[in-house]
Design a protein around this ligand. Structure first.
Ligand code: NDP
Ligand code: MG
Length: 401
């Protein structure tokens, strides 16, 4: 089998860096890399992997990158910046797999471009599915674009379903899509596991005074700042419920969240015959990243193996909805549908940015999102422009503009 060629959108981030480790381990070819602010790291990645294209945020950043590469006497790719550059990276003919690892709604435009170009996409950027899951899935089927989940929970479910999901098989139409549909009918519930984050067990009073630094200290995973705060509020799990709804075409009433602090079971599928399949492993994103890149082949990992004896025990408990209302807000948004999930996502991005800037407290995050949702006039059958507008509305409402 020919070696996979990849374009990595968001290569300077946590998922991007781990993708590059996997790419190196598997000996794959890098066609494009994109960063945003961190040009020193992007320059290092470019000189190591020699892609054809490197993309960044602005003309100034592009100059900075070029200068760094010149100073090092390094390989010089084509350098672009802004939306056009990100779109090109997402659609390059020479890239067999697009890794979508930007954070936030910024990834939506390039992912839509990749979907319309019929690309195979390894999707980490969950906000894309939260904002426009229905649209992305419909376009993926129409253009024959296969979406492989990178988020560990969704990768776990994907593996439990043996890859027979519509977002992959649906693109092949015919027999494969039919098998995927039949597999879908046999699912009773998807069970997403959540670590519970750094504040599991905290009281309302204790939560009122938590500091930014505490929220950024996740017990089991090393991730970018936004998703780390989302994990502390449980909004991350809420976003993942929405992501699962679209990736696996299962309604929210059949998606359960259980808190599993050991993060050894990455998620489960309960079938109608009472059987539950779980996928387990180390809490190490390189496993799901590699799965998305090599599916259906399983190759040796560059990560660690799970030691069950050292793990000792596993526990499962109900999420604390009272102290962590974000999870319920996400279920509410999904049930309401239309533009509400996009509004929720924008409000959350705004609230997390406000929290990280020290402008609002931890407990204000759900309060402000709930107020923004209350004030929103839902568009029931939204166009892309409605979804984007709802996101912007959510963001400006929480920031009190
Ligand atoms: P990071 O914040 O670490 O990385 C984000 C990446 O996107 C960086 O390369 C950053 O560039 C780039 N970027 C930031 N803003 C923009 C923008 N406006 N336009 C274009 N590029 C931009 O995030 P993570 O790697 O943690 O997460 C990436 C995605 O994967 C998120 O959607 C997250 O929810 C999801 N995910 C992450 C997991 C994890 O373990 N980290 C697990 C599961 C899902 P630069 O750094 O150069 O500024
Ligand atoms: Mg996850």
């Amino acid at each position: 089998m020919a070696k996979q060629t990849v374009a990595i959108l968001g290569s300077t981030g946590s998922i991007g860096r781990q993708t590059l480790e996997v790419v190196k381990h598997l000996g794959l070819t890098v066609e494009a890399l994109t960063g945003y602010n961190n040009m020193a790291l992007l320059a290092r990645q470019v000189s190591e992997t020699e892609p054809r294209l490197a993309v960044t945020s602005t003309a100034q950043k592009a100059m900075e990158l070029k200068k760094l590469l010149q100073e090092e006497g390094s390989w010089m790719p084509e350098i672009m910046y802004g939306a056009e550059g990100f779109r090109l990276a997402a659609t390059m003919g020479s890239a067999g797999m697009i890794v979508a690892a930007m954070s936030g709604v910024a990834g939506l435009d390039p992912v839509l471009a990749a979907v319309k170009a019929g690309k195979r996409i390894a999707l980490a950027n969950k906000e894309v599915m939260v904002v426009a899951g229905q649209l992305v899935c419909a376009l993926a089927e129409a253009h024959g674009s296969a979406i492989f989940p990178v988020d560990s929970e969704h990768s776990a479910i994907f593996q439990c379903l043996n890859g027979r999901t519509l977002t992959v098989a649906g693109t092949a139409k015919g027999a494969a899509a039919e098998t995927a549909r039949q597999t879908g009918v046999t699912i009773r519930r998807l069970i997403l596991t959540a670590s519970g984050g750094p504040f599991r067990g905290f009281t309302k009073e204790a939560l009122a005074t938590v500091e930014i630094e505490q929220a950024l200290r996740h017990p089991n995973w090393e991730m970018g700042k936004k998703i780390t705060v989302d994990s502390a509020t449980l909004m991350n799990k809420g976003l993942e419920v929405i992501e699962a709804r679209w990736l696996f075409q299962v309604p929210s009433s059949r998606i359960q969240v259980v808190v599993h602090p050991q993060s050894a079971v990455h998620s489960m599928v309960e079938f109608v015959d009472g059987s539950i399949l779980a996928q387990m492993g180390q809490a190490d994103m390189r496993q799901p990243i590699q799965m998305a890149l090599t599916w259906p082949r399983r190759l040796k990992t560059c990560g660690r193996y799970l030691d069950l004896i050292a793990l000792g025990q596993m526990t499962f408990e109900e999420p604390d909805h009272e102290n962590f209302p974000c999870l319920r807000l996400a279920y509410d948004a999904l049930r309401t549908g239309g533009t509400m999930p996009a509004l929720l996502n924008g409000a959350n991005e705004g609230a997390v940015a406000g929290f990280l800037a020290g402008k609002i407290g931890f407990r204000d995050i759900p309060k402000r999102i709930a107020a923004a949702m209350e004030a929103h006039q839902v568009v029931e059958k939204p166009k892309l422009s409605d979804l984007l507008a709802a996101g912007e509305e959510g963001m400006s409402r929480v920031l009190g503009k």
